[in-house]
Design a protein. Structure first.
Length: 428
């Protein structure tokens, strides 16, 4: 089977519908599935065999998307969810219980920071924030109740690539998996190759690519020895009363190294219901087909935008992995392949008001909260995506009053630059 992402995204997990010959993956817009007989139904619920039970838990359209993304990432299985936020929450709730803790990088999307600092806290899960500039800081934050480490590969909006291998190695010493949110750099980075155990995506972004659907994915690398760390990982190694006492590493052993993702599907997804619509899965499959091509154009355009912004006197700093130096640039070169991503940030010398005026002066760029669209987007994070954070928290995530984030699209570069130029002229 091909290992090339361009081919996987078009062919993996589906050839044609056996009944009609349809090449496009059908939208299975159904709630339920007919069981062959009572034995078949019992086997499905007992995990003696895999199959469709109810669309809240699984769906044939979603299944193709899950297989395809797992293959792209080099994982063993994945789980489609209703949003990237649901994916981030489930990824940690699958391991951590009341009284447990998770260590997270400070370099996060604002919504994820709020989820970790407030909602998970209210659920009894402590999240400890650590600056990833020094990987050893993660070791120092570990205690006996630490269940996972979480980070973004290319943090939005700080854009300093995370030290994946260094932190993954520290975690594995203690039986702690590294969960990587790879939303901002699909194709460009393969976290499993550097020791990560779980990968999270907001499919809303680059995978979908067209700003028309909300969704998320968790991908299980199948590379973490859960059974060897029974004391550290009780969620997978002790009887689960929500599933007739199943010990997940044992119950799923005949299916392969999929204990983590099967538990997430059969407990969290079953109980909380954050399922992806099959229609959205269909749209994400369409987006996935051109992902590799789009990422090349996003990266090329973003690099040119970053270089052009660096020539403007009203900009004090351009934030882009390809323009960084020292250890931050070394990490970008180590973990990203084929480009430095499609996100560019900059600091306007005029501060908050100049940044807002710049946004209001854009004509072609859309002023939206999303990233990863085929079209170019812009936002002022301090007054929007990160506005619920305290000034100190904003600073930790890389947001200042004059910071503007661009999600560079695939339009012609001359048109992108022309719009940025006229907006900067008006804001200065």
């Amino acid at each position: 089977m091909s290992q090339h992402p361009e081919t996987i995204a078009l062919h993996h997990g589906w050839r044609a519908d056996p009944a009609t010959g349809s090449v496009a993956v059908p939208i299975h817009q159904t709630t339920s599935y007919q069981f062959n007989d009572t034995d078949h139904a019992s086997n499905l619920f007992a995990l003696a065999e895999l199959g469709n039970i109810y669309t809240r838990i699984m769906n044939p359209t979603n299944d193709v998307l899950e297989q395809r993304v797992a293959a792209l990432e080099g994982g063993v299985a994945s789980l489609a969810l209703s949003s990237g936020q649901a994916a981030s929450a489930f990824a940690l709730q699958n391991l951590a219980r009341v009284g447990d803790n998770v260590i997270s990088s400070t370099d996060l999307y604002g919504g994820t920071w709020n989820l970790f600092a407030n909602t998970l806290k209210d659920q009894g899960i402590e999240v400890r924030f650590v600056d990833p500039a020094d990987p050893e800081a993660f070791r120092n934050a570990i205690d006996d109740r630490t269940r996972a480490i979480y980070a973004e590969t290319l943090p939005n909006p700080k854009l300093h690539v995370f030290p994946i291998a260094e932190v993954a190695a520290i975690g594995r010493e203690y039986g702690i998996p590294l969960v990587m949110d790879n939303t901002a750099c699909p194709i460009l980075c393969k976290p499993f190759e550097h020791g990560a155990a779980v990968v999270v995506y907001s499919t809303t972004k680059y995978i979908g690519g067209h700003g028309n659907s909300i969704g998320g994915l968790i991908v299980d690398g199948g590379n973490f020895p859960w059974a060897e760390h029974a004391e550290r990982q009780p969620a997978l190694n002790t009887p689960d009363p929500s599933y007739h006492g199943a010990v997940w590493v044992e119950a799923t052993a005949p299916l392969g190294p999929v204990a983590y993702i099967i538990k997430a599907r059969t407990t969290l997804l079953r109980d909380l219901g954050s399922c992806m619509s099959p229609f959205n899965a269909f749209l994400f499959l369409n987006g996935l087909e051109t992902l590799a091509l789009r990422m090349k154009q996003h990266c090329d355009n973003a690099a040119k935008v970053a270089d052009w912004l660096a020539t403007r006197s009203e900009i004090s700093e351009v934030i882009f992995p390809g323009n960084q130096s020292g250890e931050t640039r070394a990490r970008a070169d180590r973990y990203l392949s084929g480009g430095y991503g499609g996100l560019v940030g900059f600091e306007h010398r005029g501060g908050r008001e100049a940044g807002r005026k710049f946004i209001d002066s854009l004509e072609m760029h859309y002023h939206v909260a999303n990233i990863g669209d085929a079209r170019s987007l812009a936002i002022h994070p301090a007054s929007t995506t990160h506005s619920q954070l305290t000034p100190e928290e904003q600073f930790q995530t890389g947001v200042t009053d004059g910071y503007v984030r661009l999600s560079v699209g695939i339009e012609h570069i001359d048109d992108i630059v022309a719009d940025l130029e006229q907006a900067l002229d008006k804001a200065s």
